[in-house]
Design a protein around this ligand. Structure first.
Ligand code: URA
Length: 242
């Protein structure tokens, strides 16, 4: 791998910025001044230092984030803060959110630079289960659960696939219900549009799980941690072979 590519991928700057670092003598490879930005290195064997500090190599990174409301699921945005900025000690600069949650939705989000795994997880053909906690305006009953089960018309070309609506609480006095919804797709505003289709409005939405990955209850909104080895393996089992 080229030295300048390695440094750029590890987040030390743009290609021209890292070339500047190399030129100024701030980068060392195995203790010596590199020949130039095009020098080939083996990231697993060679020791690269920037200003005397080792630049550790990570080919793939995987983080579980409890997305807070108010943050956008994108790698960058001109107006709003983006979720990748919450991962402050990442090694890679090419992390992106695997799938989207609305700006006002909280909960489980996977951030990675592993495009293959993200694609497998999100592919519409895969039908990976996603479970959401939803507080809604309306008194949810068995009738709504049955409509969710049958597959709702949410004004797309095709109706939504059958989904599960578990009613945790339905308060007639306040007219508010608390539910757990399991969907097997990831359409735009899917859960909100499904409730809309039965005349209800989502007031609060939080993703609890996605396939084999469940939100760590120890993570407050805005907090994150790397995936454990077991979680990574469970996701890899779900993905097609590379
Ligand atoms: N469904 C929605 O409506 N919004 C989300 O953020 C996720 C699923």
């Amino acid at each position: 791998m080229r030295l300048d590519k390695f440094l750029t991928e590890m987040g030390l700057g743009t290609r021209s910025e890292v070339k500047g670092l190399i030129k100024k003598g701030r980068i060392r490879v195995n203790g010596a001044q590199p020949a130039g930005p095009e020098m080939k290195i083996d990231p697993d064997r060679d020791r690269v230092e920037a200003d005397g500090k080792q630049v550790e190599y990570a080919a793939w990174e995987y983080y579980m984030l409890n997305k807070p409301a108010g943050w956008i699921c994108a790698a960058r945005d001109s107006r709003d803060p983006v979720v990748t900025d919450l991962i402050t000690d990442r090694k890679r600069k090419d992390l992106f959110p695997a799938g989207r949650l609305d700006k006002d939705t909280e909960g489980l989000l996977l951030l990675t630079n592993d495009g293959w795994l993200a694609h497998s997880l999100l592919s519409p053909k895969r039908h990976v289960d996603k479970v959401y906690f939803a507080r809604v305006r309306g008194v949810a009953t068995e009738r709504e659960a049955e409509l969710f089960r049958l597959g709702l018309d949410i004004h797309d070309e095709k109706p939504a696939l059958p989904a599960e609506l578990k009613i945790l609480k339905a308060d007639r006095e306040s007219g508010i219900s608390e539910t757990e919804v399991t969907v097997r797709e990831g359409r735009y505003h899917q859960v909100k549009r499904m409730f809309q289709a039965v005349g209800m409005e989502v007031l609060y939405l939080k993703r609890l799980s996605m396939g084999p990955l469940s939100l760590d209850p120890g993570l407050e909104p805005g907090a994150y941690r790397p995936l454990t080895k077991e979680e990574q393996e469970a996701l890899s089992r779900l993905a097609s072979p590379r």
